[in-house]
Design a protein around this ligand. Structure first.
Ligand code: ATR
Length: 281
């Protein structure tokens, strides 16, 4: 559809930005709902970030997403942050308020939980969860799991001190596990989440023995290239429910879209298919 001179404006800031899927996702919704708006990729070098935060509201932007490497720096460039952004230590969604101030949110935890609830309804949230990795994605997912009431989160990471730091930041319900103990940690768990890059195209495979997982456990991989990672294939072969990584990306886009464009978007099979088509190299 064509856009008018009063179109609502939003975008995504990153450096580099060409790989971002967000313009495709928001563009799909704008088209689908017939909204007079535009969502554009914004290639912002780190040295220009503060200037862009100050400038974009003045030229009519209603807000923007933030991706690598700006998510932490953005914390200091907004006037208010949500509890999720504060706990995760990163901002991925900025909204210009009616008074011109900027509010910073993090929708990764929301996206993770929304996709998990939609794909594996009734997932065992009353049992321990095992999280592999301790980077930015793991921070968001630990927050989401504790928020969902999971009684214990076991964090296994190759570099143990990073897992320990994440566990300390999240309180007594989280526990750091040596990377070598990841398979044993699956006993009695209700959920396994891979947040490492292992299993991604071009990366080494993730080696883990799933035999300790109870039969009703759910396995979630946030890697989405390929969409069915070897981990998810192994889990499916064991008859376990699986959750792919693409849905988290799609659902995390929802809060920004509804704030900037005034419409609650849905993650439909058609959107999924459109984005999957783009993933094929
Ligand atoms: P993100 O912010 O996307 O989570 P990150 O901070 O780079 O990305 O974290 C990547 C995660 O993958 C880390 O937990 C990393 O482990 P380290 O903390 O030890 O670096 C994990 N990872 C990457 N390559 C790995 C490998 N070959 N074996 C085990 N873990 C690996």
């Amino acid at each position: 559809m064509t856009i008018s001179g009063s179109a609502r404006l939003a975008g995504v800031m990153g450096w580099p930005i060409a790989h971002s899927r967000s313009p495709r996702i928001h563009g799909y919704w704008l088209q689908d709902y017939g909204i007079d708006g535009a969502y554009v990729p914004l290639a912002i070098e780190p040295g220009n970030l503060a200037e862009c935060f100050a400038m974009l509201p003045k030229v009519g932007f209603r807000g923007w997403n933030i991706t690598l490497p700006h998510k932490e720096a953005a914390l200091k460039l907004v006037h208010a942050i949500t509890p999720a952004a504060e706990r995760i230590g990163a901002v991925n969604t900025v909204t210009v308020q009616p008074d011109g101030t900027l509010s910073g949110d993090n929708s990764d935890a929301f996206g993770f939980t929304a996709h998990l609830d939609q794909t594996a309804p009734g997932w065992p949230s009353d049992r321990p969860a095992v999280v592999l990795g301790a980077g930015g994605a793991a921070r968001a997912i630990c927050f989401a799991l504790l928020d969902a009431g999971v009684p214990e989160v076991r964090i296994a990471n190759r570099t143990l001190p990073r897992a320990q730091a994440l566990a300390e930041a999240n309180g007594p319900a989280t526990r750091a596990i040596p990377w070598e103990a990841r398979s044993e940690a699956l006993q009695d768990a209700g959920l396994l989440v891979n947040t490492t890059s292992l299993g991604m195209n071009g990366q080494p495979p993730l080696s883990i023995d799933l035999s300790g997982l109870p039969a009703d456990a759910v396995v979630n991989d946030i890697v989405y290239v390929p969409l069915e990672t070897p981990l998810l294939a192994a889990a499916a072969a064991r008859g376990l429910r699986t959750v792919d990584g693409l849905g988290m990306l799609l659902h995390q886009a929802r809060p920004g879209f509804s704030r900037w464009f005034g419409h609650e978007p849905d993650v439909t099979d058609a959107l999924y298919a459109a984005i999957v088509k783009d993933l094929v190299p």
